[in-house]
Structure formats: structure tokens, C-alpha cells
Ligand binder design. Structure first.
Ligand code: BES
Ligand code: ZN
Ligand code: ZN
Length: 466
């Protein structure tokens, strides 16, 4: 764990200097750069032993580049045998926040299961004081990064060690360590509550399902936000079994649920004047003689019947029952997060999440907040033609579309069917299937779970307290 602190002046083991391609330093330094072939290309770095200075070149000094620079620095300097580095703070609060966040998020590495852990001696980063006071920004970066890294660690935990009951235990522990209340609905309660869609998905697994609820209740809330997460601790596809190549990494199908845990952790630290309820549908989609089947017809908690045409479209079945509980809470906003469709990754690429819903203004507002938080998110438009593709001959709706195109949107529209009229304008669906799991490190994200959605949703909640 890296400790970031603000200092007036300090002699650290290494001083970091950020520079642009066009920057010209003293002729002495420039000569040394030339000698070593350092051409100030974006992301290129060089260590100068005589002055103990690490120079990192950036194409631009915008907020996104500075956040990424923080991650690049920590990843590179962690490999040096040093205890600390210092870097000048900016005269801009957002940039100081971005730099700290980049350092704290870039540092994370999943090594829990490695016998030999690579230990780094680097423990302290000093940001040198600028004219602006940025204590609050550092504190927010610490709250957010600890929550995102907490999410990443759970996503990365293999399915044998992270079953639905483990997600419930993590939530209980989180509530014990904070001011959050925690309620757990087991199979018996879910049956009594007629959450049949969620129960059908879980049926073939020996690992029983749980609906997890965490609540943050401030004294004078300005709004009530409910966040719902898809917590598929493993998705084999069920009887519509996934091919082997597509099944690996499906431990990350719990990313939406893990993001909700991270969001609730951040909220318990930041304590905004907003009531926040987190709901997680923790389920395993397995195969077995008791499995739900294609052709089965399920009754959801909202009383709508669903014809199952593909058991791999299970996330939406879990989410609709969770969204049903969410609506009972009379929220001002409902946001769900889910690794819902491969189609969303095809549509937007692996770096961007899809934002869906019926309220254009709300989607736009959320997109802007997400981009400012440093997460890539983009709106995907609903339309009535795509909605027709969900028609079923035998039930009210089919769990998959009859066309292979537009799968992210038809999945969103499926969820929309279960949102009551009075909540249609208050609901947002985030498909995080692309960025939730990182195959090759990018930006501030290491290999593995990224914690996608946490920063955006926390910033959205904070914006409701204003
Ligand atoms: N968990 C998957 C979606 C997914 C795919 C997440 C790739 C992350 C990366 C989801 O449950 C699923 O299998 N969806 C199907 C839906 C299809 C059967 C309509 C898909 O995307 O293929
Ligand atoms: Zn699936
Ligand atoms: Zn899934």
C-alpha cells in the first residue's frame, strides 16, 4: 500500500519531472537525453542517476494523461530499489486528484495466489505543495482507490473461493466495519418473495443464491439512490453451455455485484447526504440435472412470464428480480451495473461501458460525470423495433432477441420491461462487460478486474448531494 502525502519540500529518493515533447531543458540535460536516445515521446521515461531524477514525457498535460501518468510512474518506479519519490503538485485541484488516483490505482496487482510475491521497497509518494490546497482531493482519491482496489480483489478471486455465500460474508464484514446496514435474503426468503427468475438461474448449483442488501442512511438525505449489481460468481452458460474459450474469465461475471460492494464502501467513507442502497444478486450459473432449461417458462417477481430461450442470458433474469426489490424502495434513481452482453463489447470496444435507459437527460448527465471521473462510457439508444425482437410465442417475453444484432440494447430493453412505469425515467442500465475485466493492462487498469463503474457511480451519487 502506497502512502501519498503533501509536503512543502522534501528530499525523496527520486524526484519526478513531467515534461512535454516541446519542452527544452538546460543544454547539459538535453545533451544527456540525446546521448541516451531519449526523444520525449509520449510515455517515454528516463532515469538520470546524477540528479536522481526520473523524467516522464507526456503528449499532453490534460487530466486523463495526468491520471495515466500517475499509474505509469508507480508501475515503473516500484521496480527501482527506492523508498520514496516526489513530484510537483499542480495548481489545479482536479489534476492533483487525477495524479493521486492514478498512482493509487496503478499500484494494484493481484498476487494473492502467488507463492513468491514481488515485494517493493517503494512506500511513500510526496506531492509537493502548490498554491492550491489539495488535502480533500487526496482524501477522496484514497477513499475511491481503496474501494476500486477492494472491488478488483473480489472480482479476481477464483470461483471456488468466491461463491454467492462469500459475497454475502464480504458484505456482512463491510457493514461491521462501517455504518452500513446489511440484510441477506437466502433461498427461503427468495422463494417466499417469488423471485423465481433469480432462483431458476441458481438451481443447478450446489452454491445457493443470496440477495445482498447494504444500506447507507444519512440524517438528512437529499435523494435516495439504489444501485443493483449482477453478481454471477461463475457463468458456465448453463445448459446453453459456453464454449471453453469463452468460459474462462467468467469469474468476472460478478463484476457488477463487486462494483456495488466497492460503491457502498466508498459511500461509507465519504458519507454524502444521499441515502444509498446497494443490492447484489449473488448467483452461480452452473449445469446439473436440476438446471433450468431452454423452453422453460419462468414467472418473475414483477409477475411477468419469461420464455427461456438461452440459459446463458442469465444475468438479465437475476437482475429483473433484484430490480423488482429495488423499485419497492421508492428510489429517486435506480442504476444497475452488469457484465451483461458480449454484444456491448462488440459495439463499443473493450474500454467503454454502455449507458442505457429511457431518460435522455439522465443518460447524458451520467455520461458526462463518467467521463469526468476518468471512465469511458457511452450511450446506446433504445428503439421500438429492437424491442419487438423480444416477443415470445408462449410467454410475455423471451429472454433473448430473435436477431443476432443489437444484443446489448435488446438486453437493456429486456430489463426495461420489468421497470414499472413510474420508475422508467429514474432508471439507468450500465453494461460493463467490456472494461470490467482487463486482458492487457491499459490506462490505470492492471491485468484482471478493473473495478469498472465504481468511480462513475460514486461521482453520480456525490453529485446528488449538491
Ligand atoms: N456474462 C455474459 C456476458 C459477457 C460476455 C460478459 C463476455 C463479459 C464478457 C452473459 O451472461 C452472456 O453470456 N450473454 C450472452 C447473451 C446471449 C446468450 C444472448 C452473450 O453475450 O453472448
Ligand atoms: Zn451468460
Ligand atoms: Zn453472465
Amino acid at each position: 500500500m502506497i502512502n501519498i502525502s503533501i509536503k512543502k519540500s522534501i528530499k525523496a529518493d527520486v524526484s519526478v519531472v513531467l515534461l512535454k515533447e516541446s519542452d527544452k531543458l538546460s543544454s547539459d540535460i538535453e545533451a544527456k537525453f540525446a546521448l541516451q536516445g531519449f526523444s520525449k515521446k509520449d510515455g517515454e521515461g528516463i532515469f538520470m542517476q546524477d540528479s536522481s531524477t526520473y523524467y516522464l514525457a507526456l503528449k499532453s498535460f490534460d487530466i486523463d494523461s495526468i491520471r495515466e501518468a500517475g499509474a505509469i510512474l508507480i508501475r515503473r518506479l516500484k521496480k527501482f530499489n527506492i523508498k520514496s519519490f516526489s513530484i510537483n503538485g499542480f495548481n489545479d485541484s482536479d489534476k492533483n486528484y487525477a495524479l493521486s488516483l492514478g498512482i493509487l490505482l496503478g499500484e494494484y496487482e493481484f498476487d494473492t495466489y502467488k507463492s513468491k510475491k514481488i515485494k517493493s521497497t517503494l512506500k511513500n509518494v510526496y506531492i509537493l505543495e502548490s498554491a492550491k490546497d489539495f488535502k480533500d482531493e487526496i482524501n477522496k482519491a484514497m477513499a475511491l482507490s481503496s474501494s476500486v482496489n477492494f472491488t478488483r480483489e473480489i472480482v479476481n478471486t477464483p470461483p471456488e473461493d468466491c461463491k454467492p455465500s462469500d459475497l454475502a460474508s464480504i458484505a456482512k464484514k463491510l457493514s461491521k466495519d462501517s455504518s452500513l446496514q446489511c440484510e441477506i435474503y437466502d433461498k427461503k426468503i427468495l422463494k417466499a418473495q417469488k423471485a423465481e427468475a433469480m432462483l431458476a438461474v441458481s438451481r443447478a448449483s450446489v452454491n445457493e443464491p443470496f440477495l445482498i442488501k447494504l444500506t447507507f442512511k444519512p440524517k438528512k438525505p437529499k435523494a435516495r439512490v439504489v444501485v443493483v449489481g449482477k453478481g454471477l460468481t461463475y457463468d458456465t452458460g448453463g445448459l446453453s453451455l459456453k464454449p471453453a474459450d469463452y468460459m474462462t474469465t467468467m469469474k468476472a461475471d460478478k463484476s457488477g455485484g463487486c462494483a456495488v460492494l466497492g460503491i457502498m464502501k466508498a459511500i461509507s467513507i465519504l458519507k454524502p447526504d444521499v441515502e444509498v442502497v446497494g443490492i447484489i444478486g449473488a448467483v452461480e450459473n452452473a449445469i446439473g440435472s436440476d438446471a433450468y432449461r431452454p423452453d422453460d417458462i419462468l414467472k418473475s417477481r414483477e409477475g411477468i412470464s419469461i420464455e427461456v430461450k438461452n440459459t446463458d442470458a442469465e444475468g438479465r433474469l437475476v437482475l429483473i428480480d433484484c430490480l423488482s426489490f429495488a423499485q419497492d424502495l421508492k428510489p429517486d434513481y435506480i442504476i444497475d451495473l452488469a457484465t451483461l452482453t458480449g454484444a456491448c463489447v462488440v459495439a463499443l470496444g473493450e474500454y467503454t461501458s454502455g449507458i442505457m435507459g429511457y431518460n435522455e437527460k439522465l443518460k447524458g448527465e451520467f455520461e458526462e460525470i463518467a467521463l469526468n471521473s476518468g471512465e469511458l462510457m457511452s450511450k446506446l439508444p433504445f428503439n421500438r423495433h429492437l424491442e419487438k425482437l423480444l416477443e415470445s410465442k408462449n410467454a410475455d417475453i423471451s429472454n433473448i432477441s430473435s436477431s443476432r444484432y443489437g444484443g446489448a440494447i435488446t438486453a437493456g430493453l429486456f430489463l426495461g420491461w420489468f421497470i414499472r412505469e413510474e420508475y422508467k425515467q429514474k432508471w439507468l442500465h450500465l453494461d460493463i462487460a467490456g472494461p470490467a475485466f482487463v486482458e492487457k493492462e491499459w490506462d490505470i487498469n492492471p491485468y484482471g478486474g478493473s473495478g469498472a463503474g465504481v468511480r462513475s457511480v460514486v461521482d453520480f451519487i456525490l453529485s446528488r448531494a449538491k
